[in-house]
Design a protein around this ligand. Structure first.
Ligand SMILES: [Ca+2]
Ligand SMILES: [Ca+2]
Length: 353
C-alpha cells in the first residue's frame, strides 16, 4: 500500500499538488486513477435568483450603505466635509445620484482591493451641466491621506482637478508630484485621449482638449456613456464610448498606462480599492455591467449551467460532464454570497451553507 501511494504521488504532475492537497478518485478509460486537488475551491457558484443578481452586478444599496465616502481634493479624501453625503439612493431602481454641483471629487470607494479586474459601467446624468463622471481605478491610503488614480469622463467642460485644457477622458493622479515620467504637473494627468470624442452637441472636441465650460450642451444631451477598464496586474486599459446614443468603443478613444513606468505609479501595483466618482456634475449616476472581483462566468447550481457575459448581455447554457466547470466529489465556496456546495456524483449540487 505504501509503495502504491508513493507511486501515485510520483506520477502526479509536478506542481499539481502541494502542502494540504487531497487525493481524489478519477475515472478514466484505463480504470481508476488518483488526482490531487483542494478540498474547498473558490467559485462563482450561485443557487438563487438573488445570488445570481448579486454576482451579475454591483448593488448600489451596498455601495450607498457600506462603501467609504470621499470628497477628495489632492491627498485629502475629506477635503469638503459638507460634500461627503451628497448622494441619494433610489431603492426601486437600485441607483445612486449625486445631489450637488460639487467642488470636490465626490464618490464611493470599495471595501475590497483588486489588481486584476474588468470594470464596465454606464455613466449618465439627466442634468444639463457638462462636468465629470467616472471611476476611481486605484485608491491607496486610510483616514486623512490618500493617493488616487481617478478616471474622469468630461462631457464638455474644462472643470476637473486639473488645469485647462483637459482631455474629455483622462486619468488623473492625486495629489500629484512633479517629475513623474509622462505626468503633466499642470494637469495632473497620467493618461488620457481626445480621440474622436465629441461635445454633447456633437461638435468634435479639439485635439488639445477642452478649454471652455458651458458652451456645448451637457450630460442631458450626451446621454449614457459606457466606460470599460481592464486591469491586468500593472497594465490598465481604459476605453470610452462617444455618447449621443453610441455605446460602442472606437479604438481612437482608448489609452493604456503601465503602473510599473514610474516610482509614483508603482504605489498602485498592489491590489487597490476602486470606486465611483463625480466632479461638479449634479445627478451623476452609474449602472455597473462588470465589476472587479467577479468572474465573467457564473455557475448555476440550480440548472447545471453557466452564465456568460458578452459585453452587453448575459446568456445561459447548460454544461456537460465533458466541459463541466466543477468536479464531482469537491466542495465549492462562493466568497461573495457566502454559499458552500458539495458536488456529488452526477454533478448533483448539494448546498451545505
Ligand atoms: Ca460645467
Ligand atoms: Ca458643475
Amino acid at each position: 500500500m505504501k509503495q502504491s501511494v508513493e507511486r501515485v504521488l510520483k506520477s502526479l504532475a509536478s506542481g499539481s499538488w502541494f502542502q494540504g492537497s487531497h487525493l481524489f478518485g478519477k475515472k478514466t478509460a484505463n480504470g481508476p486513477e488518483l488526482e490531487a486537488g483542494e478540498l474547498v475551491n473558490l467559485s462563482t457558484v450561485i443557487g438563487s435568483p438573488s445570488e445570481l443578481d448579486q454576482m451579475q452586478g454591483i448593488k448600489f444599496k451596498d455601495v450607498f450603505n457600506t462603501w467609504k465616502r470621499i470628497a477628495l481634493n489632492g491627498n485629502n479624501p475629506n477635503a469638503a466635509p459638507e460634500e461627503i453625503d451628497t448622494w441619494s439612493f433610489d431603492d426601486a431602481t437600485d441607483t445612486v445620484h449625486c445631489t450637488v454641483n460639487s467642488a470636490s471629487t465626490v464618490g464611493f470607494i470599495s471595501p475590497n482591493a483588486y489588481d486584476h479586474y474588468t470594470f464596465e459601467v454606464d455613466i449618465s446624468s439627466v442634468n444639463g451641466d457638462d462636468d465629470g463622471i467616472g471611476l476611481c481605478l486605484a485608491y491607496v491610503g486610510e483616514g486623512t491621506s490618500a493617493y488616487s488614480l481617478c478616471l474622469y469622463r468630461q462631457a464638455g467642460s474644462n472643470v476637473q482637478p486639473s488645469a485647462s485644457p483637459v482631455a474629455p477622458f483622462a486619468l488623473v493622479y492625486q495629489p500629484g508630484v512633479t517629475g513623474l515620467p509622462g505626468y503633466d504637473p499642470t494637469t495632473r494627468k497620467v493618461g488620457g485621449v481626445v480621440g474622436s470624442l465629441v461635445f454633447p452637441d456633437g461638435t468634435p472636441i479639439p485635439a488639445e482638449g477642452i478649454s471652455t465650460n458651458g458652451l456645448n450642451l451637457g450630460w442631458d444631451a450626451l446621454g449614457v456613456v459606457r466606460i470599460k477598464v481592464v486591469r491586468e496586474g500593472n497594465v490598465i486599459t481604459c476605453q470610452t464610448s462617444k455618447g449621443r446614443g453610441d455605446l460602442t468603443y472606437d479604438p481612437a478613444n482608448k489609452f493604456v498606462i503601465d503602473l510599473n513606468s514610474s516610482d509614483d505609479l508603482r504605489k498602485f501595483i498592489p491590489p487597490c480599492r476602486v470606486g465611483f466618482i463625480a466632479y461638479s456634475q449634479p445627478n451623476a449616476s452609474f449602472k455597473s455591467l462588470l465589476q472587479p472581483g467577479v468572474n465573467d462566468q457564473i455557475i448555476d447550481a440550480r440548472t447545471n449551467s453557466v452564465w456568460t457575459y458578452d459585453g452587453a448581455n448575459w446568456s445561459n447554457a447548460p454544461f456537460t460532464a465533458e466541459n463541466a466547470p466543477v468536479k464531482e466529489g469537491r466542495m465549492y465556496k462562493n466568497a461573495i454570497t457566502g454559499s458552500l456546495y458539495y458536488v456529488a456524483g452526477g454533478f448533483n449540487f448539494i448546498r451545505l451553507n
